[in-house]
Design a protein around this ligand. Structure first.
Ligand code: ZN
Length: 237
């Protein structure tokens, strides 16, 4: 099912979720462009894996190669200056009293969506696809479905153009996200995601686990490891 001749812009970090969303979008839209944000992440590993992932994805299906358009990188230095968090400072990841990990950059996704909206407008894209998820989320309030829907309304009004934000993973857990990748484009897409995507908060690419690379101990690795184990238990290879 493709949605006419529409263009979609995918928020693409190089992680498992956004890579799955990119495959989801490539099945649905005539043209798919990607956008990444650089904001002084302590580890730029996620951003390093993006070009390789895009190449791998384009090689999976001729239709995907035809549909995959430009990649855009937006530098958000101001966001790095604003945040006092573990992702952008050399401090340990801990959970604050409000239950949020200190990796949380306040309002980060609102800022991403605003820039993505401006870019979508300039590129003639009527759809934004993003990997926000309420199921496994670490308490990030800007990943909530209501936040995203409010953003869609704000952008559509502010741009005076209907813009739809799709979040195909909103109600899917990590195991379901692995299963979705396999359902979208088979074992080759799943293999690419396991091997090439990166989610570890510590930027570890030296330890290989059944679920991919990472330190194995940070909250992002734990979530990915548990999700993969559940996925494998639900559907043995
Ligand atoms: Zn890790």
């Amino acid at each position: 099912m493709t949605i006419g001749n529409d263009t979609a812009l995918v928020l693409f970090s190089g992680g498992q979720d956004s890579t799955t969303c990119l495959g989801w979008a490539l099945e649905r839209f005539a043209r798919v462009e990607t956008v990444g944000f650089h904001y002084g992440q302590r580890h730029a590993v996620e951003l390093d894996v993006r070009p390789r992932l895009r190449e791998g994805i384009a090689a999976l299906k001729p239709a995907w190669r035809d549909r995959l358009g430009e990649d855009h990188m937006i530098a958000l230095d101001a966001l790095a200056a604003l945040s006092e968090t573990a992702l952008t400072r050399d401090t340990a990841i801990v959970f604050a009293e409000n239950g949020l990990p200190n990796t949380f950059v306040p309002a980060r996704n609102l800022i991403f969506f605003t820039f993505a909206g401006a870019l979508a407008f300039r590129r003639g894209a009527r759809h934004i696809v993003a990997g926000m998820c309420e199921t496994d989320y670490s308490g990030y309030p800007d990943c909530r479905d209501d936040t995203v829907k409010a953003m869609q309304v704000a952008l559509s009004l502010g741009l005076d153009r209907r813009l739809t934000i799709h979040t195909p993973l909103m109600w899917v857990d990590k195991a379901g996200t692995f299963a979705m990748a396999r359902d979208i484009a088979g074992q080759a897409f799943l293999d690419l995601i396991v091997e090439q995507t990166h989610t570890c908060y510590l930027g570890d690419r030296s330890h290989r686990h059944p679920w991919g690379y990472g330190c194995g101990a940070c909250p992002a690795c734990e979530l990915r490891a548990q999700g993969y184990a559940k996925f494998r238990a639900d559907s043995p290879a």
